[in-house]
Design a binder for this molecule. Structure first.
Ligand SMILES: N[C@@H](CCC(=O)N[C@@H](CS)C(=O)NCC(=O)O)C(=O)O
Length: 427
């Protein structure tokens, strides 16, 4: 049996392989079989009684619909109220029992941070986090998560990626949500006097019930950087602008991607094959699992893409909505007259937009953006900055990250990184 659960901008695909064998067509056949069964029954009635039945159903439907609308308008209040205590991201006692897929060696990384990123290679939120880590030249290990079975994150209560795990003396600090991860690390790297465990407390998770009663969660302050004083070279205005565009990348730009890259079954398959290439799925997963992800994933996402198109009110030709968002970004850069939104160098909004768009770099939709909008030059500048770890010099300026930290543990001779275990000292 195959169970699909659709969610905002992502999908959860649970497969239950019952009897050791499952087939998507079998499920469709079965459902179609039900429809045929009802159709046959109705055909047995006279056309008059069918009409009567139809009218009764329509009448009952109208009464029920009106009643429900009245009930919702009169009595059902939105209950989007925090109903649980704020929760801080957990500290794990031991590192989850998973295989590291690869190690990324930073450049001049003196942050002392030991980071493990659980990701899908082409998830826009994960690409955003990687753009940030790479730009600042931080070293990190990557754990590729199988997007269908997701065993690699079964240790976690939070069931989405990216998840970043940071090694501390007393355990492993788990950070959930791409924007929280970025804000938390950026705040920490900006001010060596802070310790990571304290910074994490500024980003608690709050659970609440939505209008429809379903439990949702939100990381508070996730677009906010925590400073003791406004950093040199920054103004309140540009901090506000940076927040606004980071949020735009998550709330607007991300939503035009799926309907575009999964526009047709062929385009969806092309996208998944590219995901497989980038994520080295043929190396990281057995063949059957890789094929399951590619074929079932492409098919599922093609269907979901249509739903998302409606939900996010995209234009009939979804490419036009994608171009609109890219043009919106380019117009802002032009108006400002700088190479990046951050001025001469990228800020967190540049990195967010770059990361999100980078998630579709190998897809047809991306080629179309380059051909039909003028985002190309900015994108190339970003690629160059992130690829050359241009932000590593910024981190170098704040170093050493010693107040409050002791660097312990030998340097791993196989990995080009600084001593890699950090611990907070309470002095
Ligand atoms: N707000 C989260 C969203 C993360 C998210 O939705 N990730 C998707 C992948 S793109 C996910 O893990 N979905 C659940 C799944 O695939 O099972 C963030 O910014 O990190």
């Amino acid at each position: 049996m195959l169970r699909l659960v659709f969610e905002e901008n992502h999908f959860v695909l649970w497969t239950y392989l019952i009897c050791g064998n499952f087939d998507l067509n079998m499920l469709v056949e079965h459902k179609l079989g039900n429809v045929r069964y009802f159709g046959t029954k109705l055909r047995g009635r006279s056309s008059r009684s069918t009409l009567k039945l139809g009218l009764i159903c329509a009448g009952l439907g109208a009464v029920a619909g009106t009643g429900y609308t009245y009930y919702v308008a009169q009595y059902r209040q939105p209950i989007a109220i925090g109903n649980k205590e704020l929760q801080t991201s957990p500290v794990l006692e031991s590192f989850p029992n998973v295989t590291i897929s690869r190690q990324v060696a930073g450049v001049g990384d003196n942050s002392g941070l030991k980071l493990m990123l659980f990701q899908y290679p082409t998830c826009p939120f994960c690409c955003k986090v990687r753009a940030f880590l790479d730009y600042f030249g931080l070293s990190y290990d990557v754990v590729e998560v199988d997007p269908v079975l997701r065993q690699e994150i079964k240790w976690s209560q939070y069931k989405k990626v990216p998840i970043l795990v940071v090694q501390l003396e007393e355990g492993y600090q788990q950070l959930n949500d791409s924007s929280m991860i970025i804000s938390c690390l950026a705040s920490f790297l900006n001010d060596p006097r802070q310790n990571l465990k304290d910074v994490v407390k500024y980003y608690p998770k709050m659970e609440f019930k939505d209008d429809d009663g379903s439990v949702k969660s939100e990381v508070l302050n996730r677009y906010f950087l925590m400073f003791q004083e406004v950093p040199t070279g920054r103004t309140t205005e540009n901090l506000v602008q940076e927040r606004k565009w980071r949020k735009w990348a998550d709330d607007k730009l991300v939503h035009v991607l799926s309907p575009n890259v999964y526009q047709t079954p062929n385009e969806a398959l092309q996208a998944f094959n590219w995901f497989s290439e980038v994520g080295e799925w043929d190396k990281n997963f057995p063949v059957w699992e890789r094929n399951l992800i590619v074929y079932v994933g492409a098919y599922a996402m093609w269907i979901i893409g249509k739903r998302l198109k409606k939900r996010h009110n995209l234009k009939e030709n979804v490419r036009l909505s994608l171009y609109d968002e890219c043009n919106h970004w380019v117009r802002t850069l032009r108006k400002q007259g700088t190479a990046f939104l951050g001025g001469d160098s990228p800020n967190l909004a540049d990195l967010a937009v770059y990361g999100v768009l980078g998630s579709i770099e190998g897809c047809l939709a991306f080629r179309d953006i380059l051909a039909n909008t003028s985002i190309g030059p900015w994108y190339s500048r970003m690629k160059e900055s992130v690829g050359s770890h241009a932000g590593s010099s910024v981190i170098g300026r704040s170093a050493p990250y010693s107040p409050g930290f002791i660097l312990i543990g030998p340097q791993d001779p196989n990995v080009n990184r600084r001593p890699n275990i950090i611990a907070y000292s309470s002095d």
